[in-house]
Design a protein. Structure first.
Length: 289
């Protein structure tokens, strides 16, 4: 398949060969996984923004955008985690993904058994088929590792990626928990769970920034992460919300909608609060990065 694409699009492959190989510092498997999730966080955000904006400009459907972004994020996460932390990091990553899926099953089962049992996703075959982005991402990651597209460099940490990975990983677990609890919770409880998950992600990001990033670069690193979080919300989340409720007619905004507007601010604000408290107490990074 790759050889066929290379023959069809030689200019694209020639351009790809001229792109410098991304390089990351080696670290332990746990930090490697966080770095991988951070790299996937940035790739996913870039794909979400680029594909959503392009699809809206040309009037194309948006249903495929999430799958493509997941493919890119999965491939990047695995490739970076393996390059940085070896096979142990891939094992840790696989365990995290399995736990997230298991956490999401109770909510899906209640949805299928108690609400709309004839929904397509309730078919075991359809559920397995819905995992195609992850499967394609794994295959692409294998290809990236095979050609050594991701390489290592000097150092023992990837501080910006690790901080972003802490945010993404925490949010992923929160989303899995929400999928298990949301159907049995009222609007207020569900809204609080969203805010708590956003705050937890921000705190995790702030703690990693505090422990892994040099003090002089902590706020700059948070600014980069905040730019991505707010950018995805403004360019993807907000237009999607406006398209769902309609413009110019009667707009009904519930509690969850309003909380959705607050979540990015809570994420960034929680991380900033951690850094502010640490600065007030004179606490810096454990080692210079």
């Amino acid at each position: 398949m790759i050889d066929g694409l290379r023959r069809e699009f030689p200019q694209a492959f020639a351009l790809a060969r001229r792109i410098p190989n991304p390089r990351f510092a080696r670290s332990s498997p746990l930090w490697a996984v966080l770095g991988g999730f951070g790299a996937g966080f940035f790739v996913s955000a870039a794909l979400f923004i680029a594909l959503n904006v392009t699809a809206r400009l040309v009037g194309a459907p948006l249903v495929w955008v999430g799958g493509v972004a997941t493919v890119g994020a999965t491939a990047t996460t695995i490739a970076v985690a393996y390059t940085v932390g070896g096979r142990g990091a891939v094992v840790v990553y696989a365990g995290i993904v399995i736990i997230e899926r298991l956490l999401g099953l109770p909510g899906l089962m209640r949805f299928c058994l108690g609400i709309v049992s004839d929904a397509p996703i309730c078919s075991p075959f359809a559920y397995v088929l819905s995992l195609w982005p992850e499967a394609v991402g794994v295959a692409l990651a294998y290809r990236l590792v095979l050609v050594r597209w991701v390489r290592t460099t000097d150092g023992d940490r990837n501080p910006l990626l690790e901080a972003a990975g802490a945010l993404a990983l925490t949010q992923g677990f929160a989303a899995a928990i929400l999928s298990a609890l949301l159907l049995s919770a009222g609007a207020f409880e569900a809204g609080m769970l969203v805010l708590v998950s956003a705050a937890a992600g921000g705190v995790a990001c702030g703690l990693v920034l505090l422990g892994r990033v040099a003090e002089s670069r902590q706020w700059r690193s948070l600014g980069i992460i905040a730019l991505v979080v707010i950018g995805v919300f403004l360019l993807v989340g907000l237009p999607t919300f406006l398209g769902q409720v309609g413009i110019g007619g009667t707009i009904e905004i519930g509690g969850l909608n309003l909380i959705g507007f607050l979540s990015p601010v809570v994420e960034v604000g929680s991380a900033a609060l951690v850094l502010y408290i640490a600065a007030a107490r004179g606490i810096g990074a454990s080692e210079p990065a």
